[in-house]
Write a protein that binds this ligand. Structure first.
Ligand SMILES: NS(=O)(=O)c1cc(-c2ccccc2)cc(-c2ccccc2)c1
Ligand SMILES: [Zn+2]
Length: 263
């Protein structure tokens, strides 16, 4: 019964009533502040495999009512972690046309326009994502901050199809493309901490990697993302715009955020 929302009576302050972990420990996102940071020289550059997909392949672009997501083939994985983390999907969080600040993680209290999450599961330990999603070593999510600036041709590889998934549960097949091109150039500079899914059921099962450097998309591309989608089904009489789908920063408790770079 995923009827949770980001505002109103089913908004994030109410999630814990139906999803107890949402009121628990190790919640995400967080505001990554300087006093939390600790340089860790053992943090290796992130290495991803088979992200450069062939346009002969197809990906499913879908509107799940809370975000727009792209399903990813299980040939894609992260190879630089202690276990292999196999890709499952990627999705976005964004603000709105009137408030173009919608990233989930904040860096020194600065909120970016949007944020991309590439979700992976520990395929060394778990046979599928359903069995991994609530395990402490189950998931690894790569986070990319998105700012408004230069046009980004890689984002247009899926944005040009966004009007095919305007309404909840709509899906379209799109030609696959190089997912690595959605990420910043440097995968060696990132923040690392133990956290959770940022949506219900908020399982504390995510090894978070948030890259230091944002990518940019143009204002036009941002507006396509922020104004094209609805969280309601096509046949519903009142269309509900899908925007500002970001959770507020959560308490950091005694957590430390490791950083792979000095300055
Ligand atoms: N924001 S997130 O990265 O923590 C996240 C991960 C997963 C996720 C996906 C596959 C396997 C396991 C976890 C799903 C969502 C989600 C976003 C919108 C609506 C519903 C679910 C969000
Ligand atoms: Zn997410």
């Amino acid at each position: 019964a995923a009827n949770w929302t980001y505002t109103g009576p089913d908004g994030e302050q109410h999630w814990s009533k139906s999803y107890p972990y949402c009121g628990g420990i190790f919640q995400s996102p967080i505001d990554i502040k300087p006093e939390l940071l600790r340089f860790d020289p053992s943090l290796r550059p992130i290495e991803v495999q088979n992200y450069n997909l062939s346009p002969n392949e197809q990906l499913t672009l879908g509107n799940n009512g809370h975000s727009v997501q792209i399903s990813l083939p299980s040939t894609m994985y992260i190879s630089s972690l202690p276990n292999r983390y196999t890709a499952a999907q990627l999705h976005f969080h964004w603000g709105s046309a009137s408030r173009p600040a919608g990233s989930e993680h904040l860096v020194n209290s600065k909120q970016s326009a949007a944020e991309m999450h590439i979700v992976h599961f520990n395929s060394d330990r778990y046979p599928n994502i359903a069995s991994a999603v609530d395990k402490s070593d189950g998931l690894a999510v790569l986070g990319v901050l998105i700012d408004i600036g230069e046009f980004n041709p890689a984002f247009d590889q899926f944005l040009r199809f966004i009007n095919g998934v305007k309404y909840r549960d709509q899906k379209v097949q799109v030609p696959a493309f190089n997912i690595r091109a959605l990420m910043p150039a440097r995968l060696d500079e990132y923040f690392r901490y133990d956290g959770s899914l940022t949506t219900p059921p908020c399982y504390p099962s995510v090894l978070w990697t948030l890259f230091r450097n944002p990518v940019t998309i143009s204002r036009k591309q941002f507006l396509a993302l922020a104004t094209s989608l609805y969280s309601s089904h096509a046949q519903e009489s009142t269309p509900v715009p899908l925007n500002s789908n970001f959770r507020k920063p959560q308490p950091t408790d005694s957590r430390v955020v490791l950083v792979s770079f000095k300055e």
